[in-house]
Design a protein. Sequence first.
Length: 218
Amino acid sequence: MSASSLIPPPLIIAVDGPTASGKGTIARALAAHYGLPHLDTGLLYRAVGRQVALNGGNPDSPGDALAACAFPDALLADPELRSEASGGLASRVSVHPSVRATLFERQRAFATQGSGAVLDGRDIGTVIAPEACPKLFVTASVEARARRRFAEMQGQGRAVTLAEIEADLAERDLRDRTRAEAPLRAAEDAVTLDNSEMSRDESVAAAIRIVERVRVKD
Ligand code: DC
């Protein structure tokens, strides 16, 4: 056996899924469990959306959205990025192919570093790291996702109603799933985890079981 065959291959874990499915929580927990770096790719699109707003631009304009890709790294720490408004702006700028192409290298470099990484988003398993193994597609019913997002927003003291959140989620789901470039969909080799009826801990435990099952098979 050669020395190189003793080095384990990098563990790249892709976690895709719709808004408020719990994919971020799962990705962070997997990264901690396996000692890997984690990238929340949605935050990059949120930063572009927020930068468009700060520039006084239009998120539906490809030129304004592309210019906003030059956001300063410090913006990634802005708590405003977690708001529903930033999520909506992110979904709108993410339809532009030039924005996706500009953010591609940064995500790709993160995915291929060192001994592996965990990335969560919409197109990790299909576009950013098609070689990722395992790939999880985390999903839950609109009702379950809206309830969770509502509790989160209330905890942050943000004034929103459950009906507003449901409508916003449905609109973003539709836009993310039907856009021409890298739409949200499960990769053919992804394992779907529907956590509508699961607690946070049950959902994380189920994700770890999926990763272990896939790793043993390989
Ligand atoms: O995961 P999130 O809610 O923070 O993502 C916000 C928006 O960013 C989402 O509605 C679509 C876009 N996005 C994307 O197009 N591709 C990704 N890999 C991550 C997010």
